[in-house]
Design a protein around this ligand. Structure first.
Ligand code: FES
Length: 156
């Protein structure tokens, strides 16, 4: 016999789901917004989300543990996640990484002494058609070039 769990409606999460039309293909922005709103992702939140979207909770557990930026522990004020996957590699993510390392004076996995920046690699961000791509906290940047990277970082 299957035991059904009762969930109390969470208006904040429902508002985010409505924004993304309850579509599971929008899982990344949905999880990022919920993480920001709830200050992290815990199992209750992921269970509730899975229930609302009528999918197995394991789907969201897998996603939340796969993507480093869905880790609730914040490293720095600006956490940079450069995509390391195939399309971004073909489109020159190594040049982007070199530029980031140079202007931030950081290596992958490091955080600046003032905690302003952390530099990380991540898996595909779903922006392959506009590669190379990166996230800074929850903001997606794509069609990156060394020149553009410098401008983006200067504005932070
Ligand atoms: S491979 Fe980089 S966004 Fe898909």
């Amino acid at each position: 016999m299957k035991i059904l769990k009762e969930f109390t409606k969470d208006e904040a999460i429902l508002k985010i789901l409505q924004k993304y039309q309850f579509k599971t293909e929008n899982f990344l922005p949905i999880l990022l917004e919920i993480q920001g709103k709830k200050n992290g992702l815990n199992t209750e939140t992921l269970d509730y989300l899975a229930n609302e979207l009528k999918v197995e909770p394991s789907l969201f557990y897998g996603i939340a543990t796969f993507y480093h930026f869905l880790n609730p522990k914040k490293k720095a004020r600006y956490n940079i996640y450069l995509c390391r996957d195939c399309t971004c590699e073909l489109k020159g993510n190594k040049k982007i990484l070199k530029t980031l390392e140079k202007i931030l004076n950081l290596k992958i996995g490091e955080t600046s002494p003032d905690n302003k920046f952390s530099l990380n690699l991540t898996s595909c961000l779903g922006s392959c058609d506009k590669a190379p791509a990166m996230l800074i906290n929850k903001d997606l940047y794509n069609k990156l070039s060394p020149k553009r990277i410098i401008k983006i970082i200067e504005k932070l």
